[in-house]
Design a protein. Structure first.
Length: 190
């Protein structure tokens, strides 16, 4: 249940800025939310129904944003790579974050943000319905340079989201354990 609540927050973090005309920050809970969702998928049997349901919600979100927020025609083929990325980040969370350590969370954050930056900008360079950059090495470089501010914001938002989703429960568990240990030894809490 918590995984779906986090998915809902991730979706709202993409939709609400458009409703309030505040899209300049490019802050979304999507990367961290997908890592968390994946970490909660557990066994392959459970993942077999959780992953498709998450993808369906994210596909509907992409359709809504494209047609209603951006007012572009929806081209299914232009989203296939993004949807594969969603699934890959969930699977990364399932594999990498099944055992939580700080290093694994940092690796997940870096892998998800960097892979999205590399894949999404490559697809923008490749063209689709809006060919914005020349199909040359210089055009590819220009596309990646233009995407750097978005990468920075995505990296920060993914790190903050992952810190909240993975770090706060770990901190709460440590505090609870130290309180239990203090009670067992009858130490005064100062």
């Amino acid at each position: 249940m918590l995984a779906y609540l986090v998915l809902l927050v991730a979706v709202l973090s993409r939709i609400l800025p458009h409703a309030f005309h505040a899209v300049s920050w490019n802050f979304t809970a999507l990367g961290g939310g997908l890592l968390f969702f994946g970490s909660r998928m557990g066994s392959s049997r459970r993942a077999a129904w959780m992953l498709p349901s998450a993808l369906a919600v994210l596909m509907a979100t992409d359709y809504y944003l494209t047609v209603f927020a951006y007012q572009y025609p929806f081209q299914l083929r232009e989203y296939a790579v993004t949807w594969i990325w969603y699934a890959a980040v969930c699977l990364l969370g399932m594999g990498l974050l099944s055992r939580l350590t700080l290093l694994r969370v940092v690796a997940g954050v870096l892998a998800s943000s960097t892979s999205f930056f590399l894949v999404s900008n490559f697809m923008v360079w490749l063209g689709g319905s809006l060919a914005m950059y020349p199909h040359s090495l210089a055009g590819l470089g220009a596309c990646y340079v233009a995407g750097l501010p978005f990468y920075r914001n995505d990296l920060v938002s993914t790190a903050l989201t992952a810190t909240a989703l993975f770090g706060l429960p770990a901190l709460a568990a440590r505090i609870a354990e130290s309180l239990r240990a203090a009670r067992r030894t009858n130490l005064p809490l100062a």
